[in-house]
Design a protein around this ligand. Structure first.
Ligand code: ADP
Ligand code: MG
Length: 351
């Protein structure tokens, strides 16, 4: 898994920039009615009717956001799309189109970029978005990939970060911390592999964690689920940096405080056991780990019955007045200040 062995190696210069673009994008045919013109002109043309248009972009840099030692290029392409679609779903929208821009050095053969684009194409297919353009340029060393996602929502359906009200319930989708622990497992195996290239890692028990790190899925299902349940979140954000920093964003934007209950934080059993193995606190991982790409939102208490018992949704706390501050209520009923990316927030016992 750590080798990037390519059966054949076609140098990028054999195709040239335009040949490469054609080669990589030849399989992309637009499917959506809203895509009037996709790849092939100076600009794509969309007809998003009278809806609100959502646009979000992210830039991923080799060595900063991903390590090709354990990230297969196909997964990287898939993940680069997920990261962006997640932001559209966090606005309670439907993702419709993406653009993909890459900067690539000649250290990569054409076959490597084919892998990257296979992942992008799979993501576009699974999530029903059209690839409508991008840009291709060279880089002196590393790989850069930037995806822009476009989406739509009815005006009264868009959910912002600033709409939460005091006493609203704080709800999270799925479970947290697995992607970060997947990364820890991969980092550890990378070191083992460096020391002994013949080692055969047995990663079976970590499958869920590694999948969450290498092949995250954005929560496309949540906006329609909420619509079916007739719940309109008052605020929403996606969890890319860890639960605590996202709660803080909702609080700051909505000018509120919050109480988060440690015992309510949803954790997969695989996260609990790997945290024991690594001797780290699983709550800290959920709070600060990041890359979960779950959604965090607030709802009115009146809507509680509509979401109660739904296997995708967990109530983890509630919003308070701003002057009450932002707190984690521990299992031992201690009240600790919520700190973004705070590895030491559990030790911080003042208050
Ligand atoms: P321009 O000179 O207008 O920037 P390009 O030659 O860069 O045009 O691109 C030609 C077409 O291919 C455009 O439609 C552009 O959006 C698309 N395109 C370029 N690079 C990529 C890429 N990496 N992925 C997808 N589409 C791309
Ligand atoms: Mg261009």
């Amino acid at each position: 898994m750590f080798e990037n062995s390519q059966e054949s190696r076609t140098n990028l210069s054999e195709l040239g920039e335009f040949g490469l673009i054609d080669h990589l994008t030849k399989n992309f045919s637009p499917k959506l009615e809203s895509t009037v013109k996709a790849i092939g002109d100076d600009a794509a043309v969309l007809n998003l009717k009278n809806k609100q248009t959502l646009v979000s972009t992210d830039l991923l840099v080799e060595g900063v956001h991903f390590d090709l030692a354990y990230m297969p290029l196909k997964h990287l392409g898939y993940k680069a799309v997920m990261v962006n679609l997640s932001d559209i779903y966090a606005m309670n929208g439907t993702a419709t189109q993406i653009t993909v821009s890459i900067a690539v050095s000649n250290r990569f053969p054409v076959e490597a970029l084919e892998e990257l684009y296979a992942g992008i194409q799979l993501a576009a297919k699974m999530y029903n978005v059209d690839v409508i353009g991008g840009d291709t340029t060279s880089s002196t060393s590393g790989l850069l990939i930037s995806v822009t996602a476009i989406g739509v929502a009815e005006k009264d359906e868009v959910v912002y970060r600033d709409g939460a009200k005091a006493n609203d319930l704080l709800v999270v989708t799925g479970d947290l911390g697995a992607a970060y622990m997947g990364l820890q497992v991969l980092e550890r195996e990378k070191e083992v592999f460096k020391a002994n290239p013949n080692s055969q890692p047995d990663l079976d028990q970590y499958t869920y964690l590694i999948e969450r790190q290498l092949k995250p899925e954005a929560r496309k299902d949540i906006p329609p689920l909420l619509k079916d349940l007739e719940v309109r979140p008052t605020s929403m954000i996606d969890i890319s940096d860890g639960l605590s920093s996202e709660i803080i964003h909702l609080c700051k934007n909505s000018k509120l405080g919050a109480n988060l209950f440690e015992e309510k934080i949803p954790l997969d059993p695989a996260v609990i056991s790997v945290c024991e193995e690594f001797e780290i606190d699983s709550t800290m991982i959920a709070l600060s780990g990041g890359e979960d790409y779950e959604l965090l939102f607030t709802i009115s208490q009146d809507d509680y019955d509509k979401i109660k018992g739904n296997p995708h949704l967990t109530v983890i706390g509630h919003m308070t007045e701003e002057n009450e501050g932002m707190h984690l209520i521990t299992r031992a009923n201690q009240k600790l200040p919520l700190i973004a990316r705070g590895w030491n927030s559990m030790e911080n016992k003042e208050d």
